[in-house]
Write a protein that binds this ligand. Structure first.
Ligand code: SAH
Ligand code: SF4
Ligand code: F3S
Length: 473
């Protein structure tokens, strides 16, 4: 499904609680934020929204109602990156229309495409006023002010200052509006340089946020009614920091500390790299009921030859032994993974190794992709690029297997009694949707509780992409 930011939507007011205190009908600037890519982009978009609301912007949920369109982009695969340009084409048309009517429209491009392509974006799409990379979001209000004077701004440094220090915290009201489960970035960037991946170039080197800041933010979230936090990082388990007592902590110790915060009942983290799963983190899974039994642990391939060419720096066997250790510590843990098919040089035999690994691990969920050439990465220059038709065929087979494993996992859940965090109303009236410990959306009768409650339920039947459950007295 292709998303477009220009689907006609009824012009509507501010999302409840996300804007500053404004008088309706006053001359407030209005921003429409469209987010692509990973959860970190979702988090960053929220933080940019906070910064803009301090700057007098109100968030609206359609392009038509906006004076500023901010697109937070993803560069991970070619399709994701190219989508931006078709949207910018449509925005150029809208801007011309506005200008003809004596109005205006500003366009800002943030995120990983902004970082990777910089000024090239303005060259290809002169409608753009501001290009701003992920490490300079604290400079967004200033960049917009300069752009309003007619300059076209490109901000893509990796500055020494910490962007989070420069970004205002969300007002409690805004956090409440976002719901009972929230993201919290603890680590950003990547030093791993997998040969297929743009992230080390778009997000920069690995940086860990300091312990104190993370705890402060978690407390603030809890005070605003958040009960579940998902710690984010491109390599979240590479997070490390100096603890309050001067000791060096890893993610396991950090989670142990966060679990003591009143009101934080559930903790998750993503995305982890197999090489950074240390003993303390595995012990945290063993010991902490707050740490949900779900782990996203991408492996990409089951072939040692391909893993080596990808620079993953572990073998299939290393991964399988790691999974064994994690399951020994937390037997009910559900695993998910990422897979790439058709990496340069991948033969049928390599692909079968991946299928064999998937059968051995048995995943509860997974994401899988055809290898996409990314300019500037070592993979782009490799010989033996795999035929598109072969990639498609492998992807279908791999996804069939993974989908069957996910369905089987859903079926196995029937009859189990689990705690659900109720997050939002269901599609049908009279229903609420909660998350199981294994991250599955679960539908229950709305009479069972209120959003924000954690209720004990019995899973009654699997649905498509979700499960049904009833409350256990
Ligand atoms: N930091 C995470 C993942 C970041 S990107 C990790 O190390 O696992 C998310 C997923 O996108 C990757 O796990 C990979 O499966 C996929 N991906 C990254 N680059 C890709 C490319 N060039 N082509 C296809 N898939 C890619
Ligand atoms: Fe990309 Fe590899 Fe870093 Fe993950 S670990 S972000 S796949 S380079
Ligand atoms: Fe995409 Fe950047 Fe995230 S490339 S996946 S938005 S880190």
């Amino acid at each position: 499904m292709t998303e477009t930011i220009l689907t006609p939507e009824a012009p509507s007011a501010t999302k409840p609680g996300t804007g500053p205190d404004i008088i309706p009908g006053s001359n407030t600037r209005k921003v429409f934020v469209k987010t692509y890519g990973c959860q970190m982009n979702v988090y960053d978009s929220e933080r940019m929204g906070d910064a803009l609301s301090r700057d007098g912007y109100e968030t609206v949920d359609s392009v038509e109602a906006a004076d500023l369109v901010l697109i937070n982009t993803c560069h991970i695969r070619e399709k994701a990156a190219e989508k931006v340009y078709s949207q910018l084409g449509r925005l150029a048309k809208l801007k011309r229309q506005r200008n003809a009517e004596g109005g205006d429209l500003m366009v800002a491009v943030a995120g990983c495409v902004a970082q990777a392509e910089g000024r090239e974006i303005i060259r290809r799409a002169p409608v753009v006023d501001v290009v701003i990379g992920p490490q300079t979001y604290h400079r967004l209000p200033e960049a917009l002010a300069r752009a309003r004077n007619g300059e076209q701004i490109v901000e893509t440094d990796f500055p020494a200052e910490d962007k989070f220090d420069g970004l205002p915290n969300a007002p409690e009201k805004a956090i409440r509006a976002r719901g009972v489960a929230a993201f919290l970035t603890v680590q950003e960037g990547c030093d791993k340089f997998c040969t297929f991946c743009v992230v080390p170039y778009t997000r920069g080197a690995e940086v860990s946020r300091p312990v104190g800041r993370i705890i402060e933010e978690a407390v603030r979230l809890a005070d605003a009614g958040v009960r579940e936090i998902t710690l984010l990082g491109q390599n979240v388990n590479a997070w490390h920091g100096k603890a309050e007592d001067g000791r060096e902590w890893g993610l396991g110790e950090l989670i142990r500390r966060l679990a003591t915060i009143d009101g934080i009942d559930r903790i998750r983290y993503t995305t982890s790299h197999p090489r950074d799963m240390d003993e303390a983190l595995i012990e945290a899974h063993r010991d902490l009921p707050e740490l949900m039994p779900y782990l996203h642990l991408p492996v990409q391939s089951g072939s040692d030859r391909i893993l080596k060419a990808m620079n993953r720096r572990h073998t299939a066997e290393d991964y399988l032994r790691l999974v064994e250790r994690i399951r020994a510590a937390r037997p009910d843990i559900a695993l998910s993974g990422d897979f790439i098919v058709g990496f340069p040089g991948e033969t049928d035999a390599d692909f079968e190794d991946t299928m064999a690994l998937i059968r051995e691990v048995n995943y509860a969920a997974a994401f899988s992709f055809k290898y996409s050439i990314r300019p500037g990465t070592p993979g782009a220059d490799m010989e033996d690029q795999v035929d598109e038709a072969v990639k498609s065929d492998r992807l279908t087979r791999l996804q069939d297997l993974l989908a069957e494993q996910t369905r089987a996992f859903g079926r196995e859940c029937v009859g189990k009694v689990v705690d659900l965090l109720l997050e939002k109303p269901g599609r049908n009236t009279g229903q609420l949707i909660g998350r199981s410990p294994w991250l599955q959306p679960v539908i229950i009768d709305a009479m069972a509780g209120e959003i924000g409650d954690i209720v004990r339920v019995r899973i009654t039947q699997p649905g498509t992409g979700s499960l049904f459950a009833e409350v256990v007295e």
